[in-house]
Design a protein around this ligand. Structure first.
Ligand code: IMP
Length: 430
């Protein structure tokens, strides 16, 4: 180990589901430490390895590799049941427990958070629903910031858990009974399972900041694995149609305790077209045949909720914004094969609204509504690209599409996904 820092940060550049899991998995053989730093079980990272499909919601995608350290940072909200289900499944496959470390400062998603998530969505009603994953993410982050959350360190200490839960549940039950006309949750029904979760999680709890500090200073290759994506960021995304965490690059520091100058490279994952699950602006959404075709060819159904994803074309102004926000050094372009046989490929280069041309991503949601995209159409290709191993093997029009993206975003495309398997990736020097 050289002692030279080697820390990659991987972020989604659109609205999630860019195929980050596959990119992490693909880079994985060279990585020593995999880290998740924000979000929770709302994520769904699908990895197909040797023909086997594995979906991670909470654990870093690197868990499929043997002998590597995987870390859940303090910025996460951890659903203990999901955590235990995912770890058990992996350990049954023969993975080693010693490789997993969980921050004591991560927050715990409790059953009342999931209940509140659903009740709040129902109460928002038609037209105001966010379309959350129902995993309790928003309510858990609310408790974190209002300082009435439970952290993993509280869960593993039965006395502290009892003391804090007594007070927290009293407040939650007021909300359930008075605001939502629901039955109160009996203390023991919440406390007993939580105590057991604490016991089961305790062996994994460690000072992840110190572990990461040491790993970075020793020059180990650390991969910070973003979940969701920049346009769903609580501050910089299409608020209020966002998730509740800092999904863009900045979240990696608050969510781990690493410092900005630890970072050596930012990899932005860009899908070759655009999808979105849930509500909110999506200027390039295609409601016609092309959208249907992208959904069918790309298997665009939510990994967490199974919902059909909204599909449409690449949006250059949105991506430029995303590149700036994340300080992207390189792009991993995923699912290029899905565009095979699509005919002409549309790319949005600007928008029109009320007769006015807008060429940058508007962050005001009032402007974002009803934007008319201005498209350029690039020639498509029909040849199967799923067996291409090098850039030069791609059809000329597929090569031109990649070059077009590089020019528009002023960022090199270093990885190109041409199929679902780990091996179906063109590596241009990552
Ligand atoms: P929440 O994170 O469950 O609160 O959901 C808020 C918004 O983020 C909804 O539009 C979800 O569909 C979206 N979202 C959350 N996680 C993911 C993800 O992993 N991929 C894509 N969209 C997501």
């Amino acid at each position: 180990m050289s002692g030279k820092k080697n820390v990659d940060l991987l972020v989604g550049a659109q609205w999630g589901d860019e195929g980050k899991g596959k990119v992490v998995d693909m880079l994985g053989s060279d990585v020593d430490v995999f880290v998740r730093f924000q979000g929770g079980a709302n994520a769904g990272h699908t990895v197909i390895s040797d023909g086997q499909k594995v979906v991670f919601h909470l654990l870093p995608s690197g868990m499929l590799y043997s002998g590597k350290l995987c870390v859940l940072g303090n910025g996460l909200v951890i659903d203990p049941e999901q955590f235990l289900a995912e770890t058990n499944e992996l350990f049954q496959r023969g993975q080693d427990k010693a490789r997993l470390a969980v921050s004591p400062h991560a927050h715990v998603v409790m059953p009342y958070h999931r209940m509140l998530d659903k009740l709040q969505e129902e109460a928002r009603g038609k037209g105001r629903k966010i379309g959350t994953t129902g995993r309790g993410i928003g309510p858990c982050y609310v408790d974190k910031y209002s300082r009435s959350g439970l952290r993993i360190e509280d869960l593993i200490d039965p006395d502290v858990l009892r003391e804090r839960l007594t007070y927290i549940l009293e407040e939650k039950n007021q909300i359930f009974t008075k605001l939502y006309n629901q039955k109160p949750l009996p203390f023991d029904e919440v406390y007993e399972p939580a105590r057991k979760w604490g016991e089961a999680i305790a062996p994994y709890v460690d000072d992840i900041r110190a572990i990461l500090r040491k790993a970075v200073d020793e020059g180990q290759h650390v991969l910070l694995e973003g979940a969701q994506a920049a346009l769903l960021d609580i501050d910089h995304g299409t608020y209020p149609y966002v998730t509740s965490s800092s999904t863009s690059a900045a979240g990696a520091f608050t969510g781990t305790g690493l410092a900005p100058n630890d970072l050596t490279r930012v990899i932005a994952v860009v899908k070759a077209y655009t999808t979105r699950v849930g509500e909110g602006a999506f200027p390039t959404e295609d409601f016609e045949e092309a959208g249907e075709k992208l959904r069918a060819n790309g298997g665009e159904f939510g990994a967490t909720t199974g919902r059909p994803r909204r599909c449409g074309w690449l949006d250059i102004p949105a991506l430029k914004y995303s590149m700036e926000l994340n300080g992207a050094d390189v792009i991993a372009l995923t699912k290029l094969d899905v565009l095979t046989g699509m005919g002409g490929i549309k790319v949005c280069v600007a928008y029109e609204k009320d007769g006015e041309k807008i060429s940058t991503w508007p962050t005001d949601y009032r402007v974002l509504d009803n934007l008319k995209p201005v498209y350029e159409t690039l020639p498509g290709w029909d040849d199967d690209i799923t067996n291409c191993k090098t850039f030069e093997e791609l059809p000329a029009n597929a090569q031109s599409y990649v070059k077009y993206i590089e020019e528009k975003l002023k960022t090199p495309v270093m990885l190109i996904g041409v199929g679902a398997d780990r091996n179906q990736t063109i590596n241009r020097g990552m």
